[in-house]
Design a protein around this ligand. Structure first.
Ligand code: HSE
Length: 435
């Protein structure tokens, strides 16, 4: 059978990993694909000292790969959404299948790219765009195809999870841990994408569309990062029996809408996902037939991400042999059957809440706080109040509430912050039982 020719654009952390893993595991990969997969062209602005490209065409202009008539599959690992988008469109226009690790590109421009790919009869695959090496996209599209997915919740940013874990275990400074994540190749080019929840939002939008069968709706996702989490909240959460994790959550609503939100979340320590630490990712998916299922693995890094990219290359290579019956649709649902569900505004979401209030240490303050909550119909499930530290007149009051609609808690927090006896903003973190 004719070999499949692969062109790799970008030979950095991920592209370099793809290059090396394909070469290292060539015999097994070819046996799985049922034909030879060969890298024949690399487009990269500079060489990667870890990749031996001798005997392979190398172009400094990545568009030369998209124009190369011998290339069947173009692997895009340059990142970003400007040049990468033009490159992918060019490859599609030239009849090439595309494999990409680029979550921002898929989350923000996927609808347009899928439609172009459909017109040209080629596929866009993006297993590596979500949760690095975990085959979660294939699990949702194929392994769980029997199910009505009810909800999913994932730790889908390795850098954020690495930072929260180091803060909890070693009391390290936020900036120091972030720097290490960058050196290890985990962090995004712009690390605010990791710490402000944008990277996780890109990934969640992709998962949500595949889980529920709807067009990608990146502009509707609510995203809150971990940059405001303080070590003291991690400690109080532990004392209450919870871990703080940065989760992406999407859930089907009874009225045909969905929730789509990324934020720090307290989850019970007893849940397996609460114990996923370091750069590892995990996605918990609840299907109506299968029940809860959990997928765990490295969410970032060169070869874990390459593993997912190459799985797409193998899958496309198998399908090239049966051309017309080609593919599972990009989002797993045929495009005619996608449904544009309403995304619930975050103010309408219902969760329990962790609150840390800095209250003046004098009689009656706690009772005023409790009165405000009680007037709003909010019940207190747990409460911690410590003695003030020496020389301080304010004490932290930690509360866990019952489940309540977000706008109600917002109104109550506004009233609590207006009390003369409360200083600073109230720290508020959502709580999910994930049961
Ligand atoms: N910056 C991302 C992360 C890389 O930390 O998870 C993988 O998408």
């Amino acid at each position: 059978m004719k070999p499949v020719n692969v062109g790799i654009c970008g030979l950095g952390t991920v592209g370099g990993g793809v290059f090396n893993v394909i070469n290292r595991n060539q015999i097994d990969i070819n046996a799985r694909a049922g034909r030879d997969i060969q890298i024949t062209h690399v487009g990269a602005r500079r060489d990667n000292p870890n990749c031996d490209t001798s005997g392979i065409k190398v172009s400094r202009d990545i568009f030369a790969v998209a124009e190369d008539p011998d290339i069947d599959i173009l692997v895009e690992t340059i990142g970003g959404t400007t040049v990468a988008k033009d490159l992918v469109l060019k490859a599609i226009a030239n009849g090439k299948h595309v494999v990409t690790a680029n979550k921002a590109l898929i989350a923000e421009f996927g609808n347009e790219l899928f439609s172009e790919a459909d017109k040209q009869g080629v596929t866009i695959s993006f297993e590596a765009a979500v949760a690095g090496g975990i085959p979660i996209i294939r699990a949702l599209k194929e392994g769980l195809a029997a199910n009505k997915i009810q909800w999913l919740a994932g730790i889908i940013n390795g850098t954020g999870n690495f930072i929260l874990t180091e803060m909890r275990d070693k009391q390290r400074e936020f900036a120091d841990v972030l720097k290490e994540a960058q050196e290890l190749g985990y962090a995004e080019a712009d690390p605010t994408f990791d710490v402000e929840g944008i990277d996780a939002a890109h990934k969640l939008v992709i998962l949500s569309s595949i889980a529920f069968g709807m067009p990608l709706q990146f502009t509707k996702v609510f995203a809150e990062g971990i940059s405001k989490i303080e070590p003291v909240d991690v400690s109080y959460a532990l004392e209450l029996g919870y871990q703080i994790k940065h989760l992406g959550i999407t859930r089907r609503r009874p009225n045909n809408g969905i929730e789509l939100r990324v934020h720090p979340t307290l989850i019970p320590k007893s849940r397996i996902i609460a114990n996923v630490d370091g750069v590892m990712n995990a996605v918990l998916v609840k299907g109506d037939a299968v029940g809860p299922t959990l997928y765990y693995g490295a969410g970032a890094g060169s070869e874990p991400t390459a593993s997912a990219v190459i799985s797409d290359v193998v899958s496309v290579s198998r399908n090239v042999a049966v051309a017309e019956s080609n593919s599972v649709p990009a989002l797993g649902f045929s495009s005619a059957n996608l449904c544009d569900y309403d995304v619930l505004p975050i103010e309408e979401t219902e969760t329990a809440y962790y609150m840390r209030i800095s209250a003046l240490d004098k009689p009656g303050v706690l009772s005023k706080v409790c009165q405000i909550l009680s007037d709003a119909g909010i019940s207190i499930e747990a409460l911690i109040q410590k003695e003030p530290l020496e020389g301080q007149d304010h004490v932290p009051v930690i509360l866990l509430t019952n489940r309540v609609i977000e706008k109600q808690i917002n109104a109550a927090i506004e009233k609590i912050e207006a009390l003369g006896s409360v200083q600073d903003k109230v720290v508020r973190i959502r709580v999910e039982s994930l049961g």
